[in-house]
Design a protein around this ligand. Structure first.
Ligand code: ATP
Ligand code: MG
Length: 590
């Protein structure tokens, strides 16, 4: 329950709506309680007048009295109808204000969660799977909404109805009220028991259903493997079995539900019998009227249904509290990478690694060990090394997707932790090793850094990345959708679009992580030729397994197990006759 207090700030935000909603709940119940009173009053009046009319039988006055009874009946009918209409109207308004409030809060909460997602860093996303993340934003929030809307509304409603009904009953006759309400606790207990059984069953059904869908989904996505290993029968049998389980649980549930409604009707019936019996005795004593008895019958009926919703509301609150706990834990998780300064980075100086070591937070793998180097502004460097030697880790550290564990990285003498993070990243053009394109048009993918870029800018960038001609061959050209709903691009095409995405923003520092790997030598040559102008005066880091022969690197850095193993110019490394030399030799032989 404590977890749900987090939502109080939203009740405060929408306080007008909430207060108005409560007001409507009160009005609804006032009119609901009023209608049996009118009915009781009418019955008493009519029965009294009837006795009177009989007494005057044979006189002329009888006619007048009969007419007045008819008139009264008509008036009471109209009043009764009016009250019912108003009760209906206020019920509508009550739902309009409270349920709408819950939808508004749901929307706010979802946005709050989504905003928090954007703040968290890569380490968080590596730790949590996408399914969990999606769950939080959708399922958990809808469960919380059930508390904000229906649960809150029903609780206030039941509370109001009980107060009004019991007040009205007491004002007629205290002892009568006492006797009539005596079986209520038993009723509450029975309903609560059956309700918790229903909850238990419905949870079981949910589990079975999710089993069923997960397995079906897995079979569908693995359909190629399934068919090539001729295992369709296995799949069918498995599905049958799961389906059978689901059905068994559903039948159990149906049985309990079938029991629930007759039980309710029986209990209401018993209460009504009690009212009539005790009411009869009281009427005989002359302490109450037939109208009062009728009122009581209505009141007892009115109380029964809200009681049955108490268990339901309790379940909603429990589930909502569990969901809100997950949401609260998530909202409390802090990003490790923090922006602590507004000072813009100066990219005119050297980029320096000073004794940097880095261990991945969750796996404990030490990817970089005591690495030191200094890249002067405008130089072009290659980073090489065997797979798993730590090349991509260097790129991620420069981008500040992770912070170093020891040592420091600085730009123009300033630690990168102490510069404005957004501005710093904006000045870096990073093409990651595993290229990712959004399911959007090619043009929007290229101008992702700033959607204000014109189509001319997009085309210029695409031309530099040697992808323009291929894009023009697609039916919708730059408006072609990529990804699931659009066309599937080849690895090399994706790499070049990702390259164009970086070239368009002309950053101060380029980091290309294995971005030329899927290209043939001819395309690689054209691109690198085009890039010469884009790279002018810019610092460039190219991570590669091959030695691109069309670019002259100022320095080459070779890593081994996260440490520096070779460093120098092409000539120097050839003389060293180590990793670089062997790669060079092999490339030459081909
Ligand atoms: N997100 C991560 N979490 C934990 N460990 C990681 C992560 N990314 C990489 N590693 C580990 O860090 C080490 C260095 O990986 P890195 O990706 O930097 O190598 P690489 O030189 O880029 O390799 P490749 O040439 O295959 O791209 C590897 O042992 C790898 O298993
Ligand atoms: Mg890598």
């Amino acid at each position: 329950m404590k977890e749900l207090f987090y939502l109080n700030k939203y009740f405060v935000k929408y306080k007008t709506r909430f207060i108005v909603g409560i007001l409507f709940v009160i009005l609804t119940n006032v009119f609901k309680v009023l209608s049996p009173q009118v009915l009781g009053y009418a019955i008493d009046l009519v029965s009294e007048n009837l006795t009177l009319t009989r007494a005057f039988s044979g006189f002329e006055l009888k006619e007048i009295l009969t007419n007045s009874i008819y008139k009264n009946i008509l008036i009471f009918s109209l009043v009764y109808f009016g009250i019912a209409l108003l009760a209906g109207l206020f019920t509508f308004l009550m739902r309009q204000s409270i349920i709408v409030m819950s939808r508004l809060i749901e929307n706010d909460l979802r946005n709050e969660i989504y905003e928090h997602y954007q703040k968290l860093d890569q380490a968080f996303y590596k730790r949590n799977n996408t399914g969990d993340l999606m769950n939080k934003a959708t399922e958990d929030v809808s469960k919380v909404r059930m508390y904000l809307g229906p649960a809150v509304m029903y609780s206030i409603n039941v509370l109001m109805l009980f107060s009004f009904v019991i007040y009205s009953m007491l004002s007629i006759d205290v002892m009568f009220t006492f006797w009539v309400l005596l079986p209520m606790p038993i009723l509450i207990f029975c309903i609560y028991k059956v309700q918790s059984l229903i909850n238990l069953r419905s949870r079981k059904i949910q589990e079975r259903l999710s089993d069923l869908t997960t397995h079906a989904q897995e079979f569908y996505s693995g359909i190629r493997v399934l068919k090539s290993f001729v295992q369709e029968k296995l799949a069918i049998n498995f599905y049958k079995e799961q389906s059978q389980n689901y059905m068994t649980e559903s039948l159990k549930m149906a049985r309990i539900e079938a029991f629930f409604f007759p039980l309710m009707i029986l209990l209401i019936g018993l209460s009504t019998v009690l009212v009539v019996y005790i009411g009869g005795i009281k009427m005989n004593e002359g302490s109450i009227t037939p109208g009062n008895v009728l009122e009581f019958v209505f009141y007892v009926n009115m109380l029964t249904w809200p009681i049955s919703s108490v268990g339901w509301v309790a379940t909603i609150i429990q589930t909502a509290a569990a969901s809100q706990k997950r949401i609260n834990d998530f909202l409390k998780s802090e990003p490790i990478i923090k922006n602590i300064s507004n000072e813009k980075a100066d990219f005119n100086g050297d980029l320096v690694f000073d004794n940097v070591s880095f261990t991945y937070p969750d796996t404990g793998i030490e990817a970089i060990k005591n690495l030191s180097f200094s890249i002067p502004k405008g130089e072009k460097w290659a980073i090489m090394g065997k797979t798993g030697s730590g090349k991509s880790s260097i790129a991620e550290l420069i981008e500040r997707l992770y912070d170093v564990s020891e040592g420091s990285i600085s730009i123009s003498g300033k630690n990168i932790k102490n510069v404005a993070l957004e501005n710093y990243r904006e000045n870096i053009g990073y093409v990651p090793q595993d290229v990712f394109l959004f399911s959007n048009t090619i043009a929007n993918n290229i101008k992702f850094s700033d959607l204000n870029f014109t189509i001319e800018d997009v085309i210029t960038a695409a031309k530099k990345a040697s992808i323009h001609d291929e894009i023009m061959k697609f039916p919708k050209q730059y408006d072609t959708l990529v990804g699931e709903r659009g066309i599937t691009l080849s690895g090399g095409q994706k790499q070049r679009i990702a390259m164009a995405r970086v070239l368009i923003k002309s950053p101060e520092l380029f980091i290309l992580d294995d971005s030329l790997s899927a290209l043939d030598t001819k395309t690689e040559k054209t691109i690198l030729g085009n890039l010469n102008t884009s790279f002018e005066n810019k610092t460039v880091l190219i991570i590669t397994h091959r030695i691109p022969s069309y670019i002259k690197f100022d320095k080459i850095l070779v890593l081994e197990n996260g440490s520096l193993s070779e460093f120098g110019t092409h000539k120097e490394l050839i003389q060293l006759k180590k990793h670089y030399f062997s790669v060079y030799q092999k490339q030459k032989e081909r």
